[in-house]
Design a protein around this ligand. Sequence first.
Ligand code: HEC
Ligand code: HEC
Ligand code: HEC
Ligand code: HEC
Length: 198
Amino acid sequence: MQQEYKSKSYTHLVYVLLLFIAAGVGTYYAVPMLQTDAVRAMMPEMMREMYPQKMGEFGHYRGDAVMDEVNRPIRNGTNASCLVCHPYIREMHLEGVHKTVSCEFCHGPAADHVKDGNLIGDLPKKQGEEIKTLCLRCHNQIIRARPKESIKMISMPQHLEEKKVRIDHNCNQCHNVHAPLMWVNQAKAIVGAGEGSK
Ligand code: HEC
Ligand code: HEC
Ligand code: HEC
Ligand code: HEC
């Protein structure tokens, strides 16, 4: 029969506990010291990075982070800022059902395109399948969380099957991307179905 052995000595656990307490107290007093210039000057570079300056200045985060955020360059403009230079798009966009949609959602940030009123680069213009993906990011029926009263949803390929066209049709063959109902309503007007919003 095996002999059961149960230790009655807990001293080894007490040592571990004391070590934790010492580390806690030590950290509590040492961390503020790590912020003082004299102590920082003695630290190796790596350690200085581990204890960023201004840590805990306002709360449990690096105090400098606030100014870093404030100084981050602004990357986005407004639709109005785009429209001054794109009068043709302006005409369609402001009249159409997409007037509340941000140009930059579909084209990317102003900062890649204009700087101080001058052109500095091209914004990508989505083509082919990319357009479908873009449209479906907002209009896909499978996005359950989106309130259907605010954005009309479609399912693919049912949407195209209903329209009796081949399912490789792209969205912008029937919908002007900047005024999605413009062509649809023009077509309706021709067949005498009356005009609605663009
Ligand atoms: C300072 C005037 C100016 C501003 C502001 C401006 N653009 Fe442009 N944009 C141009 C010019 C000029 C071109 C190049 C000529 C062209 O293709 O129409 C261009 C081209 C484009 C193109 C590519 C067209 C193509 O055929 O490839 C897109 C997309 C575009 N701009 C979108 C935007 C968006 C979105 C904004 C707002 C964030 C914007 N633009 C703000 C002047 C401007
Ligand atoms: C719903 C997405 C979407 C929005 C919002 C949008 N665009 Fe576009 N835009 C596109 C796509 C896709 C193309 C290229 C395909 C096409 O024209 O059918 C395009 C093309 C363009 C072009 C190239 C010229 C042309 O007619 O082909 C310019 C310039 C442009 N957009 C500017 C803008 C500006 C300015 C705004 C905001 C007022 C804006 N777009 C809003 C998706 C969008
Ligand atoms: C950033 C989100 C967003 C993107 C991307 C987007 N749309 Fe829209 N779309 C809207 C909003 C918002 C409306 C206005 C509310 C509504 O009518 O559904 C709208 C309206 C429409 C309508 C009119 C629905 C109706 O009968 O009232 C059509 C059609 C449409 N979009 C097609 C497209 C196409 C095609 C694309 C791709 C080029 C596209 N949308 C990309 C947000 C978006
Ligand atoms: C063959 C032409 C055609 C193509 C291609 C097409 N649509 Fe449509 N779409 C229509 C017509 C027509 C309507 C009905 C508009 C109306 O009755 O006012 C419509 C309506 C819509 C609506 C509004 C739905 C509603 O419940 O009122 C959305 C959103 C839409 N389309 C998005 C898209 C997207 C996104 C694509 C690309 C994946 C696309 N469409 C491709 C013709 C087309």
